[in-house]
Design a protein around this ligand. Structure first.
Ligand code: G3P
Length: 220
């Protein structure tokens, strides 16, 4: 499963890229606003220079003509740009046009299997179902992921990858992997939580203590 990080914070992206675990980045207008960046275009260019995998940059408009113009502009910023468009009739028209031009497209704000079918038919590279926001209203976000993956597996012509988004905790990542989702986009804090287990810390402390008792060295 590919790990994307869900942030527009350059420091966080640089730190996680250094782990070698990062396969891409997703941003959205809320994350960009939170980053406090002075220039969205410069921010996206820098992210694309740090991470070689797909970097999602979302259009700002909602009408077809402007989203298409914005998408074409964003696509020219770097070869690893994935243009993010909302799952609306206009957004999927833009998706079809851009994908036919060979541009990666991430269709975002997906909340149903019906929407995911439309995204695949529109040639999306990725579809982003928001599991956390469904859980937040008492629905079953991970069941949506299972439904979409099952539907997509029925149609070899569907090339769209399921990009699990709105991840709230490590179990969302594990469950997404158990289902077989292609990608999870994970907030930096949750990526770091994936590492943690008290038994690992306890066991390592014991190894360190016992190694010291050996009084030996590995290096000459
Ligand atoms: O970036 C898309 C998605 O991951 C947003 O998640 O936490 O705002 O529901 P969240």
């Amino acid at each position: 499963m590919k790990f994307f990080v869900d942030t527009a914070d350059l420091k966080e992206i640089k730190e996680l890229a250094a782990t070698g675990l990062l396969d891409g980045v997703t941003t959205n207008p809320s994350l960009v606003a939170k980053s406090g960046c002075a220039s969205f275009v410069d921010l996206i260019k820098e992210i694309c220079s740090i991470v070689s995998g797909p970097v999602s940059a979302e259009v700002g408009a909602t009408d077809f003509d402007t989203m298409l113009e914005e998408g074409r502009f964003l696509a020219k910023l770097a070869k690893n740009i994935a243009v993010k468009v909302p799952l609306t009739p206009a957004g999927l028209k833009v998706c079809k046009s851009l994908s036919e031009d060979g541009v990666m497209v991430n269709v975002t704000l997906c909340f149903s299997a019906a929407q995911a079918i439309l995204a695949a038919k529109a040639g999306a590279t990725f579809v982003s179902p928001f599991v956390g926001r469904l859980d937040d209203i008492g629905q079953n976000g991970m069941q949506l992921i299972a439904d979409i993956c099952q539907i997509y597996s029925n149609y070899p012509e569907f090339k769209t990858e399921v990009l699990v988004a709105s991840v709230r905790h490590p179990q969302h990542v594990v469950q997404a992997a158990q289902i077989g989702a292609h990608v999870a986009t994970i907030p930096p804090k949750i990526i770091m939580q994936l590492f943690g287990h008290p038994n690992t810390d306890k066991g390592l402390a014991q190894f360190v203590e016992d190694w010291k008792k050996c009084g030996q060295k590995i290096l000459p």
